[in-house]
Design a protein. Structure first.
Ligand code: GLN
Length: 265
């Protein structure tokens, strides 16, 4: 039995989209393989200690919450980048994904420093990109898997030319509604706009992260975990993928006038 040490960054601020569900999936899938998950919340007052964690998780948040944590998170860039460099797994969703790039400019022009881990920048646009999404991901060369989920973001994320996207958009908007790419991958780090909830519908991604976290913990190379039956999970994925396909691709961009924008969005 291996104890996988998970750091959940800013659980009190970045926690709007099924983040607890994603953690529950990681925990159960680890337990079903005879391992345990030790989850520690890391907030403003906590530092990232070298070698102390195997998997980092950073959830979604609105611009307001992102603004509250951005400076603190970017001050921890060095240990976070080093952790990914030395093989830790990391999953960042939506607002957390945006803050892992070099910068995020919010809807009202707020400039937020990023971690600079992922080679990308994000600027909020006029309309929100909302809807079901289906991606095709090349997990390893020649191994393709789909990811299904939901997106809701104003941010338009532009990947640097050398960046590796998480997947190709089959249905939905993705990073910016134009490039045809979604998310970003760098070593064991995955950033994505997909939530609602991501891992229950896409258990292969949970296993991919767990395999990397286990390898980091034991000092070996990532090896695929034993497969699970995953009937319910396959059903959830199919429903979600079907919704994205029925949407016929990207839904209309919803535009709100700046002053009339609903609170908290
Ligand atoms: N505030 C960011 C945006 O709208 C992220 C929102 C989110 O995490 N869903 O782009």
């Amino acid at each position: 039995m291996t104890t996988i040490r998970v750091a959940h960054l800013y659980p009190d601020y970045l926690n709007i989209y099924a983040d607890r569900g994603n953690m529950a999936v990681l925990r159960r899938r680890a337990e079903w393989r005879g391992h345990e998950l030790e989850i520690t919340g890391l907030g403003m007052a906590d530092s990232i200690v070298a070698g102390a964690h195997d998997l980092f998780y950073i959830g979604g948040g609105q611009d307001r919450e992102q603004l509250l944590v951005a400076a603190d998170l970017s001050s921890k860039a060095e240990p976070l980048i080093a952790a990914v460099e030395e093989g830790c797994a990391l999953l960042a969703v939506c607002g957390g994904y945006q803050l892992l790039g070099r910068r995020y400019r919010g809807f009202h022009g707020e400039e937020m420093p990023g971690v600079g881990l992922l080679p990308l920048e994000t600027v909020a646009g006029e309309g929100r990109l909302i809807g079901n999404v289906l991606l095709e991901c090349e997990v390893e060369p020649g191994l393709r898997r789909t990811l299904a989920g939901f997106e809701n973001h104003a941010g338009r994320t532009l990947l640097d030319p050398r960046a590796r996207p998480l997947g190709r958009v089959v249905c939905g908007y993705g990073n910016d509604g134009e490039s045809g790419w979604e998310g970003c991958r760098l070593k064991g780090a995955v950033g994505t706009y997909l939530h609602g909830p991501l891992l229950p519908r896409n258990p292969w991604l949970a296993d991919w992260l767990l395999a990397r976290a286990l390898a980091h913990r034991s000092g070996g190379e990532p090896t695929a975990l034993e497969p699970l039956l995953d009937e319910l999970e396959a059903g959830a994925h199919a429903v979600s993928a079907g919704r994205a396909q029925a949407g016929g691709g990207a839904a209309a961009v919803r535009r709100w006038p700046r002053r009339a924008r609903p609170a908290g969005s």
